[in-house]
Write a new protein. Sequence first.
Length: 287
Amino acid sequence: MTRLDESDITGITAALSAHDRAQIGLVGMDYVQMAHLASGYGFVGDERARRVAIVPVTAGEGLIGGFGEAVCAILTVCGASPFVTQGTDVTGLQEALVGGAELVFMADDDSCIAFAPTGAHSDAVITSDNSSATGIGFATALEQMIERSSDENDRHRVLVLGAGAVGRAAAIHLVQRGFDTAVFDLDEQRGRALAELCGGRLEQDARCFTRYRNILDATNTGSFIAADDVTMGTRIAAPGIPLCVTAEASSKAQVYHNPLELGIATMYFDCLCQMGSGMEQGGDKRV
Ligand SMILES: NC(=O)c1ccc[n+]([C@@H]2O[C@H](COP(=O)([O-])OP(=O)(O)OC[C@H]3O[C@@H](n4cnc5c(N)ncnc54)[C@H](O)[C@@H]3O)[C@@H](O)[C@H]2O)c1
């Protein structure tokens, strides 16, 4: 997982940004509604704001400036009642528990998780993982982009670039949704393993993306898709950081991207689903 930089998240506020609003045109909904759809959480309208603690973690390379505040802002948009603990690490976790947090969000350099303290809702383990939630969230966004298009070509063929944890969750979800799903990773072993795991096809050509109209980018290299590689009909759902497309390609193709919002929102509603509230389409979709 690429470590976020403070500059990646500076525009995240406790209201939809201009970028968020512009993205609605691509997928027909904002990221909160997309997260509802991706997690299977049915909006009930009178859901009470959950008390959510975000605990800063100093391990590894340490705190990312503004990360806790960005997560707090996203959860506010989702209708939660979040707070960032004053203390970090174990002290922060204690503060969260004593402060009556119903959910806790924590992230280090390798993982970003949410969990409900045991006993807060039930004895069941309630937890959600950002890589999985992000993969499913962006796969759902790609599906919405395809559904909204009047273009009848290539509606069922999708390509997942990158076979890490995000690409894995996305590929499994897309196969489960009935898409003819291909996978490519620069690391051939990784690509092959994911194609076998999800029951998709393996692509072995580094420029295979030029042959697809529907792409999910879960890579960690940026700007490798240029304007000549896409058409106005190319749909790209891109959790990958840095962004896979050049600025020119981004203004030509349809590119759905945000650096944190959809993944965090999907984690939140995934947890609410597991708590048993607002379940409509049903299901723990974790992979
Ligand atoms: N937007 C979000 O909310 C969000 C959330 C989580 C992770 N991410 C980002 O998503 C990306 C994927 O996360 P991950 O944890 O699965 O990462 P990862 O590092 O485990 O996997 C990335 C994979 O992409 C492959 N790759 C790199 N360049 C490629 C290319 N040009 N073509 C094909 N494959 C290529 C790598 O070999 C690697 O296997 C990272 O950039 C991560 O930071 C974004």
